[in-house]
Each structure stands twice: as structure tokens, then as C-alpha cells.
Design a protein around this ligand. Structure first.
Ligand SMILES: Nc1nc2c(ncn2[C@@H]2O[C@H](COP(=O)(O)OP(=O)(O)O[C@H]3O[C@H](CO)[C@@H](O)[C@H](O)[C@@H]3O)[C@@H](O)[C@H]2O)c(=O)[nH]1
Length: 446
């Protein structure tokens, strides 16, 4: 069966809880377990038999980093991968409706939609099989998992028939308890979904005709009608109609909203590597550093043989790790340098940062409650009850990466456009530059 996949990558106004890291690279390209966050999605989609094309959909201006990533992913996974840019944030349903012809081109009979900001085992094949067994061929499937009663309120909540798994009731982020089964942000649709999204679009348009002032916020009323949320506008209406089913997974799953959740997601993916990519996990070797648990080291990194790394450590491209260094539960991003005897725990060390000799950089883990099997990571608030929520430590980068500072090169790629920064974005980037150049020189003690 010809299949497609759409990965919703959002845009620059999204991912605010991921700052300052999302200022430097778009959040979907942030490395998790050594590879860009969305590469895990792409890899899972590329494995599904019949997959014809993978579409990344968002409202980022195309730029060099994204374009380079797409070219290398196409080569690695041997499947067409394109970026479709929304002219504005159209919501989780508006973008796929706007680009429906592109999604269905080539005769796709079904397609997956995946939120970029989740990490998962991505049981896509299982979702296909589940649909064969439980629904009719035109039914839609949501991937669901179990959360605890309190945390479920932060997600889309699903009430399903216990025998058939048909969704009877769907409420997006309810204010009181509805169900422990939550929406994982991974869906299997057939082309028939566009009729349902189309109905919402028509309704939005009619509302605009009746109440034209509704369109005043946006420069254009059409745009407002095109903003559609899959969850509130479509799933809520589909629940109870016999067309929407939930496939529950016990496999690992987490949102990646805050930078702290990137360390947790890295741990989940590194665990998975022992089965899926053992070659990506560092081994203890004579003359090499001491490895504890799951560790990813980029082949270009230079690690002193007396360093001790792990568990859950990802070391990026060109990183230098000196003698006697200890790193645990951390992500060290490309170009960073950890001088001799530094200790780095529960931290993200930003691109090109330098940590001076004997420095200790330590954050507080923001893991889910280990005593609750259904606990999810809490990434909602920086402050709770007026107090700063303890979290991982983040060192920003010491200078802006070339891909963000200079106009794009490589005119042969169709995606490459000169980067256009709005005045606000340019101002915040220069503010960041000044803020983050100071701490990393502070940390250098040679
Ligand atoms: N292309 C595009 N992508 C978007 C847009 N708005 C959001 N996204 C992408 O869609 C995903 C969901 O984003 P949010 O709107 O922030 O929703 P959420 O709070 O993460 O909740 C969603 O995901 C949960 C699971 O992680 C679900 O439980 C919940 O029901 C909902 O689907 C993210 O990957 C985000 O980048 C948009 O206008 N356009």
C-alpha cells in the first residue's frame, strides 16, 4: 500500500520552553542521542514497507541547516524527503489540509502524521496492523499511552471502548480528569480525513462571513479560516462516530518540550540503540575512555583515555574532553571543550562552549517519578508556587553558528533561501549573543 508521512515541525515561535537552545538551531534539529530530533522519526517512517515520501511541515524560513539535513537524510534513508513551508502557523490540522494535494500525490492510500517534539519507539507498523484488525479500512488511528491521573491533564485525553478501542470521547488538555489514556501525537489517517478537516474549514469561513470582525486579527480572513487544530476541531467531533480508534502502546514515549526533557529523551533513545543501533554506542576499549552504561560519541570527538563517561551521555562533533573529566546524564554539543578534571552532571553544554579545568557544572535531573510506571516528564513551568523549579543546567553557545549568521550558500539545493530575520528576531539574537558570550568565557579557567 503506498504510504506517506508528515512530520509537524512547527516554527520559530514554537519551542519557547526549549530556549536558549532553540535560538541556535531549530528545535527539530537539536541532537537527541547524537542525531537530530526528527531523524528518529524519519528513520522509523523510512522502515515502514510502502513508504513513498516523508514531508516535514512547518513555518520556519528554509535555511541552510534544514536544507543540509534534508539532503543528508535523503541519502542515508534512500527516500524522498521534502520540506513544505506554511505561509503562517496553520495549526496541527491546517497545514496538512493546505498541502493535501502534495500529501496525496502519487496515490497515497494512507499517511502518518507525527508531532516532531515527541520521542517514541514509533510503532507505525503495529498501527497499520491494528487498523486492519479493528477498524474498517477508512478508520483513523491515534497512538495512545497511559499517563497518571494528574499528568494526563497536560495532554489530549481519550476515552475508548474497552473491546473495540473505538474513541468515544476526546478532550484536549482537560481541566478535570477525563482519562488516563493520552494522545501521543502520532496518527494514521486515510485521505478521508480531509473531508472532516474540510468541514471545519468551511465552518470557519462561514463564521467569518457572519462575523467578519473575527478575521481582523490576521491580515487576511482566509488565513484565519485555514487555522485548524486536529485535536480540538477534528478529533473531538470524530469521537463516537465509529471512525476514530486508539492503538495503545506500552513502548517508551515522551514529549520533548523543555531542554531537560531532551536529556531524558536521549536516555530513552540510547537504551533503544542497544537493539537498533549497537554501533552507535561507545564501548570500553584498551586505551579509550571509561564508558559506563549507554554513551554516544561522535567519531570526530577527541576523548582523553582517563575520562569517565556515562551513563546517558552524548558527545557531539569535534568535542574535546580532557584528562580526568567526568560526564554523566548530559549532552555535550558540537565544538565544546571540557578541560582537564571538569565534572559535568545533568547538563547541556552548548555549542563551542569551554569549561575550564576543575570546574563542576551540575544541574538537577528533571526525570519522571521513577516510582510511578505511568509518570511522564514535567516540562510545564519554569516557576512553581513562586519558586524556580530545579532543572538541568544549560550553557548556551559562545557564538552564533555560521548557518544562522551568513546568507545561505549552495544555490543548487531547491530549499536553500537566504535567511530572512525579522527585526525582533535579529534583536533577540544579538541580545543572546551578548548574554551567552560572557558566561562561557567566565567558565574558562586555564
Ligand atoms: N507545521 C506546523 N506544526 C505545528 C503547528 N503548531 C504546532 N505544530 C507542531 O505540532 C506538534 C504539537 O504541538 P503543540 O500545538 O505544541 O501541541 P502539544 O502541546 O505538544 O500537544 C499535542 O501533543 C501531545 C503529545 O505530545 C498530545 O497529547 C496533545 O493532544 C497534542 O496533540 C509540535 O511538534 C509542533 O511543532 C503549526 O501551526 N504548523
Amino acid at each position: 500500500m503506498p504510504l506517506k508521512a508528515v512530520i509537524l515541525i512547527g516554527g520559530p515561535q514554537k519551542g519557547t520552553r526549549f530556549r536558549p537552545l532553540s535560538f541556535e538551531v531549530p528545535k527539530p534539529l537539536f541532537p537527541v542521542a547524537g542525531v537530530p530530533m526528527v531523524q528518529h522519526h524519519i528513520e522509523a517512517c523510512a522502515k515502514v514497507p510502502g513508504m513513498k515520501e516523508i514531508l516535514l511541515m512547518g513555518f520556519y524560513q528554509p535555511h541552510e541547516a534544514l536544507s543540509r539535513f534534508l539532503v543528508s537524510a535523503q541519502q542515508e534513508f534512500k527516500i524522498p524527503i521534502r520540506y513544505l513551508q506554511e505561509y503562517a502557523a496553520l495549526g496541527t490540522g491546517g497545514g496538512i489540509y493546505h498541502f493535501r494535494d502534495q500529501i496525496l500525490s502519487g496515490g497515497a492510500e494512507a499517511f502518518f502524521v507525527l508531532n516532531a517534539d515527541v520521542c517514541s519507539e514509533f510503532p507505525l507498523q503495529e498501527m497499520l496492523e491494528f487498523r486492519q484488525q479493528h477498524g474498517d479500512v477508512h478508520s483513523f488511528v491515534i497512538l495512545g499511552t497511559t499517563a497518571n491521573r494528574t499528568q494526563a491533564l497536560n495532554y489530549g485525553c481519550i476515552v475508548a471502548n474497552a473491546d473495540t478501542q473505538e474513541v468515544q470521547h476526546y478532550v484536549e488538555k482537560p481541566s478535570t480528569f477525563v482519562s488516563e489514556i493520552i494522545n501521543c501525537g502520532i496518527y494514521l489517517f486515510t485521505p478521508a480525513i480531509f473531508q472532516h478537516i474540510g468541514e471545519v474549514f468551511q465552518r470557519n469561513q462561514q463564521e467569518l462571513v457572519l462575523c467578519p470582525y473575527l478575521g481582523e486579527e490576521s491580515s487576511n480572513g482566509w488565513q484565519r479560516a485555514e487555522v485548524i487544530r486536529l485535536e480540538q476541531d477534528v478529533f473531538t467531533a470524530l469521537a463516537g462516530s465509529g471512525k476514530l480508534y486508539v492503538y495503545k502502546t506500552d513502548g517508551f514515549w515522551s514529549q520533548i518540550k523543555s531542554a531537560g526533557s531532551a536529556i531524558y529523551a536521549s536516555r530513552l533513545y540510547l537504551n533503544q540503540y542497544s537493539k537498533s543501533h549497537p554501533e552507535r554506542l561507545a564501548q570500553n576499549k584498551p586505551g579509550g575512555p571509561i564508558i559506563r552504561g549507554n554513551v554516544y560519541i561522535h567519531p570526530t570527538a577527541s576523548i582523553d583515555s582517563t575520562a569517565v563517561l556515562g551513563p546517558n551521555v552524548s558527545i557531539g562533533e569535534g568535542v574535546t574532553v580532557g584528562a580526568g573529566v567526568r560526564v554523566r546524564e548530559s549532552i555535550v554539543l558540537h565544538g565544546a571543550s571540557l578541560h582537564d578534571h571538569t565534572c559535568v552532571l545533568n547538563t547541556i553544554v552548548g555549542w563551542d562552549s569551554t569549561i575550564g579545568r576543575w570546574a563542576r557544572v551540575e544541574g538537577t535531573p528533571s526525570d519522571p517519578n521513577p516510582n510511578d510506571p505511568y509518570a511522564k516528564i514535567d516540562s510545564e513551568t519554569l516557576f512553581r508556587d513562586g519558586r524556580l523549579t530545579p532543572s538541568i543546567t544549560i550553557l548556551g553557545m559562545s557564538q552564533l553558528p555560521p548557518s544562522y549568521c551568513s546568507p545561505a550558500s549552495g544555490a543548487d539545493s531547491p530549499l536553500v533561501n537566504p535567511l530572512v530575520l525579522s527585526p525582533q528576531a535579529a534583536a533577540s539574537l544579538s541580545l543572546l549573543k551578548s548574554l551567552f558570550s560572557t558566561p562561557s568565557s567566565f567558565l574558562t579557567r586555564s
